[in-house]
Design a protein around this ligand. Structure first.
Ligand SMILES: [Zn+2]
Length: 495
C-alpha cells in the first residue's frame, strides 16, 4: 500500500492529495470509534433542587442585564380613536391580514378592557360628553365640554397632571378646538363655541398642541404670542422654535375640518405619527408627561359610510401608537400606553367578503367629489371614459353587469347634478351619487355593512401596555379612565 502511494506521489500529484486525505480520514474515523468505545462518559449526577435554584439565579457574567430604573409612571399616552368601535378595529385587522400585512400594533397589548360610553342620561354620547367623561371622570350631557350637567366646572386629568408638574400634549387630526381635544382643556356648554374653546386652550398653559387649525380664531397668532406659544404650521419650522410651548396648527387643512384625510396621501402621510414624535421630542421634563392623541377622522368617515377612508385613518392612528410603543420599549419601566375610543360610529357589522378591498381604495370620498367628479361634470365625460378612472381610484375591478348598471345610474345622476339617489347619511350631508356608489361598492365587496351614519351606544375596546396597565383590565364606564390613570400614578409614583 505504501509503495503504491509513493508511486502515485511521483506520477500524479493531484490524485496524491486525494489519496492521502482518504487514508488519513479513514484512520481518524477508526481512532474515533475506538476512543468512543473506551472512554464512555460517566453519568453526571442529577442536580439537587438547591443547585437548580442557584444556577437559575446566577447567570453568567455576560448575561447579567443592565439594571432597570425603578418602576415609576412618568410617561402616559392616551390614544383615542374617535368612532373606533370593536368592528372598526376588526375591519382594519382583517383587511391587513387578508393583504398579508403586519397587524395593528396595539391589538396584542397584554391588557384589554371594554368601556361603556353612554352619556349621563344614558343616551348615545357625542364626542364632547365622551371626552369630558374620559378626561374628568364625570358623565355629562352631549355638547358640554369640561362641565357637569348643571354647568359646574370640572377638573380634567390634564389639568391635574400639569399642576403636579408634568408636561401636557394634546394632539388630533381634526381641528385643535374640536370636541375630543377640547374635552381635555375646555369648559363650555357648546362644543361649537369655537372661539371660547380656543380661549381656554391659550389659557391652559399646556405645553404642546397639534391639529388641523382653528375653526373660528382668526387672531390665533396674536393669542399664541400673548400666551407664550410658538405657533407653527409645518414640522419643518419646529427645530427653530425657541419658546417652551408649541402649537402646530397644520396648513394641510381640508375645509375647516382638520388635516387632510390620510388616504389621500401626499404631505398628509404619517402626519399624526410625526406629530407624536415631535411631542415626544419636546416634552422632556423629568417629571414626565401626559399626552392625549386623537385619530379624529375615523368617526368622520364612518358617519359618511366611507369604509376605505376610515380604515386608512385607523392605520394612520396605529402608526402614531407605534411611535409611543417605540418610546415604551426604551422606557419600559416608566411608560403607560392606553388605546381606546370615545364611541362607535356607523353601527358597523360584517358579512362574507374580501376584506383586502378596504385597502385598495386610494381616494377619500371628499377628494373624489372635489377632483374626479368635478372634472367629469365639468367635461361631461361619457360614462365609458369616466368608469376606469373611478374604478382605479376605488381599487375596484371585474364588475358584474349589475354593478356596472348600478354605477352607470349613479353616474347619470351625478352628471345631472341630482343628489337624490345618494345613499350617504343626510344628517352629515351627502357625497355625489357616483362617489357614494363607489364607496358602497367597496364596502359591499369587503363584506362590511354600515347600519347607520350615526354614533351608537356600543361598548368600545381598550388596549393597554406598560406601567399600571393592569388598572385598565375589565369592563367599566368611560369615567373610569380618569380614575384608573390616577390609581396607576399612585401605585407607581415618580420618585
Ligand atoms: Zn361623530
Amino acid at each position: 500500500m505504501h509503495t503504491k502511494i509513493v508511486l502515485k506521489y511521483r506520477m500524479f500529484t493531484i490524485v496524491r492529495h486525494r489519496y492521502l486525505l482518504l487514508v488519513l480520514t479513514a484512520l481518524l474515523i477508526l481512532m474515533c470509534i475506538g476512543c468512543g468505545e473506551k472512554v464512555m462518559p460517566t453519568p453526571t449526577p442529577s442536580p439537587t433542587p438547591e443547585q437548580i435554584f442557584i444556577e437559575a439565579e446566577t447567570p453568567a457574567p455576560e448575561e447579567i442585564p443592565t439594571p432597570l430604573p425603578p418602576t415609576q409612571l412618568k410617561y402616559i399616552f392616551l390614544f383615542i380613536g374617535d368612532g373606533m368601535g370593536y368592528a372598526q378595529v376588526q375591519a382594519a385587522s382583517e383587511a391587513l391580514s387578508a393583504a398579508g400585512r403586519n397587524p395593528l400594533c396595539f391589538v396584542d397589548f397584554p391588557i384589554t378592557g371594554s368601556a361603556h360610553t353612554n352619556n349621563i342620561d344614558d343616551e348615545v354620547t357625542d364626542s364632547a360628553a365622551a371626552a369630558t367623561a374620559i378626561a374628568t371622570g364625570s358623565k355629562t350631557v352631549n355638547e358640554y365640554l369640561g362641565l357637569d350637567e348643571d354647568g359646574n366646572r370640572l377638573t380634567d386629568i390634564s389639568e391635574l397632571l400639569r399642576n403636579a408638574g408634568r408636561e401636557i400634549g394634546i394632539l388630533t387630526t381634526v381641528s385643535i378646538d374640536h370636541a375630543t381635544p377640547g374635552g381635555f382643556y375646555a369648559h363650555v356648554t357648546s362644543r361649537r363655541s369655537y372661539s371660547m374653546i380656543a380661549d381656554d386652550l391659550f389659557a391652559s398653559g399646556f405645553d404642546f398642541f397639534a391639529g388641523g387649525g382653528f375653526h373660528d380664531t382668526p387672531d390665533a397668532a396674536d393669542l399664541a404670542a400673548e400666551n407664550g406659544y410658538a405657533l407653527i404650521s409645518s414640522f419643518e419650522e419646529a427645530p427653530a422654535v425657541t419658546e417652551d410651548k408649541l402649537i402646530l396648527s397644520s396648513t394641510l387643512i381640508f375645509g375647516d375640518y382638520g388635516v387632510l384625510p390620510a388616504i389621500d396621501g401626499g404631505e398628509r402621510t404619517d402626519w399624526l405619527k410625526k406629530a407624536t414624535d415631535l411631542a415626544i421630542s419636546r416634552l422632556t421634563n423629568p417629571a414626565g408627561f401626559f399626552m392625549m392623541v386623537e385619530g379624529g377622522r375615523i368617526d368622520y368617515f364612518c358617519h359618511y359610510n366611507d369604509a376605505g377612508s376610515f380604515v386608512a385613518e385607523l392605520l394612520d392612528f396605529d402608526e402614531a401608537v407605534q411611535s409611543a410603543l417605540d418610546f415604551y420599549q426604551t422606557h419600559p419601566t416608566e411608560t403607560l400606553i392606553i388605546v381606546t375610543a370615545d364611541h362607535e360610529t356607523g353601527n358597523v357589522s360584517f358579512t362574507d367578503g374580501d376584506r383586502a378591498a378596504l385597502l385598495r381604495q386610494t381616494i377619500s370620498s371628499d377628494e373624489c367629489d372635489d377632483t374626479l367628479v368635478a372634472q367629469c361634470v365639468s367635461d361631461q365625460t361619457p360614462f365609458q371614459d369616466a368608469l376606469p378612472l373611478f374604478l382605479s381610484a376605488f381599487g375596484l375591478s371585474d364588475l358584474t353587469d349589475d354593478e356596472t348598471a348600478y354605477l352607470a345610474e349613479a353616474y347619470t345622476h351625478t352628471l345631472k347634478g341630482d343628489l337624490s339617489s345618494s345613499k350617504a347619511n343626510e344628517e352629515y350631508g351627502v357625497y355625489e351619487p357616483m362617489t357614494s356608489a363607489c364607496a358602497k361598492l367597496v364596502a359591499a365587496r369587503a363584506g362590511l355593512v354600515f347600519g347607520s351614519g350615526a354614533h351608537t351606544g356600543k361598548d368600545v375596546p381598550v388596549y393597554a401596555i406598560g406601567v399600571g396597565s393592569e388598572f385598565f383590565a375589565g369592563s367599566y364606564e368611560n369615567t373610569y379612565f380618569h380614575d384608573a390613570i390616577l390609581q396607576a400614578i399612585a401605585a407607581y409614583p415618580v420618585s
